[in-house]
Every structure is written in structure tokens, then in C-alpha cells.
Ligand binder design. Sequence first.
Ligand SMILES: Cc1cc2nc3c(=O)[nH]c(=O)nc-3n(C[C@H](O)[C@H](O)[C@H](O)COP(=O)(O)OP(=O)(O)OC[C@H]3O[C@@H](n4cnc5c(N)ncnc54)[C@H](O)[C@@H]3O)c2cc1C
Length: 250
Amino acid sequence: MSEKKQPSRGWQGAIMKAFRADDFVLTVTGVEQVTEHYVRLGFAGGGLLAAIPVHPTMWVRGWFPSDDALHQRGYTLVDPDPETDTFHLEFTLHDGPAARWAQKAKAGDRLSVSVMGSKFDMPDPAPTRWLIAGDTASLAAINSLLDAFTGTGTDVAATIWFEHAHDDDRDLPLRVRPQDTVHWIRRERDGLGLVEAVKAAAFDASGAHAWVALDAASTRAVTAAFRSDFKLGRGGVKSRAYWRVGKPFA
Ligand SMILES: Cc1cc2nc3c(=O)[nH]c(=O)nc-3n(C[C@H](O)[C@H](O)[C@H](O)COP(=O)(O)OP(=O)(O)OC[C@H]3O[C@@H](n4cnc5c(N)ncnc54)[C@H](O)[C@@H]3O)c2cc1C
């Protein structure tokens, strides 16, 4: 009798092994369809939160099956609770291995994840305000930041440019505080709408700190605008591309 071939992690898996990434197996404990295009899954962490301290924007590299291989994709921990080793992951839905897996997930399903490269340090000195540009893929990370600001020296106002593709994205739970301003921007022209809105709002924001996570091209453009048009320089902006238009994001 032939054994079923296990999907492989390929070269990405080899690199992660070489860098001694920590591996865990998560178990789905619940499914909540937040909107037609956004799903939140509850997880038991398989020891993850006992092994690794929590920080804002903390993310894991999930291994999602497709075409007999495993594909690595980044997802952000939502409301991690080290005492119970539980958290949620939230998935914006489109046509890719990770989004498809999330759409079909049910309690008891398992997901292998590796942890490597996730970190976040609050800026020191504390900024005078926050400038944030993100979309539904970075909603969980933005919420973790807004939660982390509360009660700290960084609890100053945030201006958020939030890109969304669907009408029901407006129902997503963005955890804004009374002092924050949100510009909801409909995704258009491959992200140019948001890039132009940010540039049009430019002012001398010296002393502020910016955080950017959009598709790769928009991330580059908005990061450049914050650095030069808003006068924040390299040290005043943290940014990371969260996905790529028309291509898998390995
Ligand atoms: C540090 C980090 C944290 C992240 N956290 C989250 C998170 O918490 N929740 C979350 O939903 N995403 C998150 N992302 C983004 C997610 O990893 C990517 O969207 C990833 O490409 C999804 O993989 P996939 O297999 O579904 O699609 P892929 O195989 O990567 O792509 C397939 C197709 O879908 C398109 N696509 C991919 N992502 C998007 C998108 N967001 N919107 C529209 N089209 C898209 C691609 O352009 C491509 O055409 C994070 C990324 C990083 C780097």
C-alpha cells in the first residue's frame, strides 16, 4: 500500500530550518464570519504563547496547503492570551491558498506555523502623534497598535488612512479611540487612491511616528511620502509590505 505524500515546505522551509524558526501546531477552536469578505478563527496555540512573549503587531508564518505543497503566509495574532495560550487570526478573503484554507476551516482543523522575524519596539522618545496607513490585511496589526498605545506615553492621536475594497469592509472592527481620525479610502487604481490621499495631506509632522502596511507598491510609495513630504526621515517610519498585487506573497 502506498503512503500518501506529505506536502512539502520547499526552499522556504529549508531556510526557516536553517534560521531555527520556532514551529508550533495550532488547532482551530472557532469560526466567526465577520463580513462576507473577512473571517476570524479562534486558535489554541500549541504552546506558542508559553514559548514566545507577545508584542504589538506580532505575526506568525502559517503553512497553507495548495497543489501538493505548503505555502508560507504571514498572519497577525489577535487578542493573544498567554494564560490560556489562545488567540485569533483574522483573514481578509481573496483567491489564495491562505484565504481559501481560512474559508473552509472548522473547529479541530490544524495549522502549522513558524515564528521568525516578528518584532516591534515602541519608538523612544514617544511620538507626538501617529500616522498609520493600512488595509484589511493589516487591520489586526493596526488594532494591536491602537490597543498598545492606550495608557502609555504613546497614547496620542492617530490619523489612519484605511484602504478597503468592499462596502462591507466599513463594518470591520477598527478599534479607534476618541482622539483618532480615520480616512476610509476605497481601493482603486491598484492602490493609487490611497497613495494620493496620503500625499495630498502632507504637512511637517516632525516628532510624529508613521506605521505602514499595504500592498508592496503602495507601501513603498507611502513610506517615501512619510519620510520626505511629512519630514519624518528614515527613523520616523516603520513599514512592511503585507501582500503583492496579482502575485502570491511568499
Ligand atoms: C507581517 C504580516 C502580517 C500579516 N497579517 C495578516 C492578517 O492578520 N490578516 C490578513 O488577512 N492578511 C495578513 N497579511 C497578508 C497576507 O499574508 C497576504 O495577503 C497573503 O498574500 C495572503 O496569502 P494567500 O495565500 O491568501 O494569497 P497569495 O497566494 O499570496 O495571493 C493570491 C492572490 O491574491 C491576491 N491577494 C493576496 N492578498 C491580498 C489582499 N490582502 N487583498 C487583495 N488581494 C490579495 C494576490 O495579489 C494574488 O493575486 C500579513 C502579511 C504580513 C507580511
